[in-house]
Design a binder for this molecule. Structure first.
Ligand code: NAP
Length: 266
């Protein structure tokens, strides 16, 4: 049986083990998938140990995605573009391939929700590791405009330069209109809102929060209360990015929408 893991710190609340077990079950595949808590200063040692123990792949979560980028022996184009790796896959020649499936997961989930990305005006709030992973795949969908805004403005400016898009300060957003607004900050984890004007939601079709919570997030509630037509949390992105990892490891595309529906039901 092939062994996989999710490595992070903290990692005990990760839903990846149950999700990958279900992908494997539906695919008639036999794998094991566990959690690995790495010390904050011990990612490399821990990954070296897992490799020596014969693990075939890993998902990488907070705060190790940039270290995983450096640990991988080769990188996919989208991992290079993101500067961060969330999936490691052992190759036949014993090298380790680093990939970043976050952006593909987000785009797949936005399409599931019926969002028309081509020609739309998209705002991404936040400029952390998750934003690095999603900007490239969003650019590839050919939106009319893609704007990134962040509390620490210099980080938004750096990413805007990297992806050839626009950066705005939170204050600059007043009076601007968007079709799709993506909250890629961690604010909803602590039930906080990014300090942006609620007028960004006027006429918007979708507010998407990368954070997921069983009853939805404060950001979703806020968006709908201020004129946004629909909202979603980030559970679908989690499941879709996991499916991308699974298909990289197992060469089979799992039925992620079925697994998403099952996870929503509880
Ligand atoms: P990160 O690298 O730590 O970046 C955090 C970002 O959130 C920064 O832009 C930070 O702004 C901003 N922020 C935090 N608290 C804020 C607040 N109260 N108001 C305004 N901005 C705030 O984290 P990350 O890796 O980018 O992840 C961001 C979120 O996405 C996390 O909650 C993570 O769980 C979620 N995520 C979900 C998925 C999924 O599959 N659904 C995948 C990846 C990540 P500053 O730069 O100013 O500090």
């Amino acid at each position: 049986m092939d062994h996989y893991t999710v490595i992070g710190n903290p990692v005990k609340h990760s839903r990846s083990p149950a999700m990958h077990a279900r992908f494997a079950e539906l695919a008639g595949d036999n794998i094991s998938y566990d959690r690995t808590l790495a010390p904050l200063d011990g990612f490399t040692d821990t990954m070296n140990r897992l490799a020596a123990e014969g693990y075939k792949g890993a998902n990488v979560t907070v705060p190790f995605k940039e270290e995983a980028y450096r640990w991988a022996s080769q990188l996919t184009a989208r991992a290079k573009q993101a500067g961060a790796v969330n999936t490691l896959a052992l190759q036949k020649d014993s090298s380790w391939l680093g990939d970043n499936t976050d952006g593909a997961g987000l785009v797949a989930d936005l399409k599931r929700l019926g969002a028309a990305l081509r020609g739309s005006n998209i705002l991404v709030i936040g400029a952390g590791g998750a934003t690095r992973g999603i900007l490239g795949p969003l650019v590839e969908e050919a939106p009319a405009s893609l704007v990134v805004a962040n509390r620490t403005e210099s980080k938004a400016e750096q990413l805007a330069a990297l992806f050839n898009i626009s950066a705005h300060s939170f204050a600059d957003l007043a009076g601007q209109r968007f079709d799709i607004i993506i909250n890629a900050t961690a604010a909803s984890l602590s039930d906080e809102l990014p300090p942006v004007t609620s007028s960004i939601f006027d006429g918007a079709s979708l507010a998407y929060d990368l954070v997921y919570k069983p009853a939805g997030t404060v950001f979703e509630q806020w968006a709908k209360a201020h004129g946004c037509h629909a909202s979603s949390d980030g559970l679908g992105m989690l499941v879709a990015q996991g499916a991308e990892s699974f298909s990289l490891w197992r060469q089979r595309q799992p039925n992620w929408q079925q697994v998403l529906n099952e996870m929503k039901e509880g």
